[in-house]
Design a protein around this ligand. Structure first.
Ligand SMILES: C[S@@+](CC[C@H](N)C(=O)[O-])C[C@H]1O[C@@H](n2cnc3c(N)ncnc32)[C@H](O)[C@@H]1O
Length: 195
């Protein structure tokens, strides 16, 4: 994890962030139209666009990233938009120990899981499950393998395997662009089973 965190720090410092500023995911917009507002967490929130979008639609939002620079930018953007978001520096693989809260009704991930190592993916699933409310929705947007710049991506079969316990897949399919390169991207929408 330390290497990837250092890499993200460097990428933000030099301004090489091709993901930044992509449109709000179509599936997230659809979900926001369907669900009553509640508590949401945005995992690997970057400069906060999805968090701010949710806050503007009535959600109480925590945005989490482990790099300071995008969090600072996210706070500035939220202030400019007059949106109330709690941006917190935390590692998504340790969520339940990072004081980010729990009982989230909606968990959103735009491009975070897809770059984690195998070991971190195990921790991620455990931690996301720990902070989810009963019947929470989890919307993950992720590159398929083979994208550019060495992002690992994730196969649908791997998603099925990793979320087979405690989560029900409601729908999945192609999502619009998550980066400037229009790398093929899927969404996965899960519902937390009542533990
Ligand atoms: C591809 S960017 C996407 C940012 C934002 N979600 C968006 O759509 O613009 C991935 C983000 O996840 C963050 N990240 C990656 N691994 C993380 C981890 N283990 N804990 C917290 N944040 C992480 C990175 O710092 C980066 O901001």
């Amino acid at each position: 994890m330390a290497f990837k965190q250092t890499l993200f720090r460097l990428l933000y410092r030099i301004g090489f962030t091709p993901w930044d500023g992509h449109p709000v995911a179509a599936q997230l917009q659809k979900l926001v139209e369907e669900l009553p507002a509640g508590n949401a967490i945005d995992l690997g929130c970057g400069t906060g666009d999805a968090s701010i979008y949710l806050a503007q639609h009535g959600w109480t939002v925590t945005g989490v990233d482990y790099v300071d620079r995008p969090l600072d930018a996210a706070r500035a953007k939220a202030a400019a938009a007059k949106a109330q978001v709690n941006f917190v520096k935390a590692d998504v693989t340790k969520l339940s120990h990072e004081g980010v809260g729990d009982n989230f009704h909606l968990i959103v991930d735009n491009g975070c899981l897809h770059n984690l190592s195998d070991g971190d993916r195990v921790h991620y699933v455990r931690e996301v499950s720990a902070v989810a409310a009963p019947h929470a929705r989890l919307l993950i947007t992720a590159f398929l393998p083979g994208g550019r710049f060495g992002v690992r991506g994730v196969e649908p079969a791997e998603m099925q395997r990793r979320f087979s316990a405690g989560w029900t897949l409601l729908s999945s399919g192609r999502e619009g662009q998550l980066d400037e390169e229009q790398t093929p991207t899927n969404y996965y929408l899960y519902e937390r089973e009542n533990p």
